[in-house]
Design a protein around this ligand. Sequence first.
Ligand SMILES: Nc1ncnc2c1ncn2[C@@H]1O[C@H](COP(=O)(O)OP(=O)(O)OP(=O)(O)O)[C@@H](O)[C@H]1O
Length: 228
Amino acid sequence: MTVLRFDNVSKRYSSGHEALSEVSFEVAQGEMLFVTGHSGAGKSTLLKLIHLSERPSRGAVVFGEKNLLKVGGRRIALHRREVGVVFQDHRLLADRSVADNVALPLLLRGLRRNDIGRRVRAALEKVGLGARASALPGELSAGEQQRVGIARAIIGEPRLLVADEPTGNLDPTLSAEIMALFQSLPERGTSVLVASHDLALVKRMKKRVLVLNHGRLVDDIAPEDLAE
Ligand SMILES: Nc1ncnc2c1ncn2[C@@H]1O[C@H](COP(=O)(O)OP(=O)(O)OP(=O)(O)O)[C@@H](O)[C@H]1O
């Protein structure tokens, strides 16, 4: 089953710059893949079209059965429940505890406190932070903060998890650990799309790789075709 389809998608910003040009690809349910390319190649733009921070200028982004062009108003928030997002700078609330940060998506949905507490504990256990629930983000290392961001992104059990340079601030060992988390964490059936300019790290993951160059999709490499 296909979770996400880009159908000849182009994105021109109001500055006139075309960040994506006629990009087409599909992501299957449960698939993990990477998008890579030079700085400015269009990776962040591609992810923004998926969580509706931007709209395409031409072409269609289809999520499940929905053409995202037709998703507006209150349905944008409903769509975002189905897409978990991890940012490079994790965007945690500095004055709220780790547990509160992870709980946020469920609080916004109006879940009961008991359910939220149980799910937060489970998510923090999964990312290895069960003991740090009451800490403030500033008391954690960069790698731990990124783990909190991941817990927050998966707690709503999204159909698709997208991450924009999630290892950008981390050393190579921590980067590999975070990538391994992406591979192991999501519930079965969740697809994972990670943008990273770190080609060496991406290749080591042995997953499908989309390569952007100046907004064009120039390669779609199957895991078995990745050179060492
Ligand atoms: N809001 C915007 N308005 C105008 N141009 C933009 C905007 N956002 C991005 N761009 C331009 O679009 C191009 C693609 O940007 P994008 O952020 O998608 O690239 P990227 O591959 O994620 O780069 P990086 O690895 O440096 O984050 C760049 O040339 C960028 O300057």
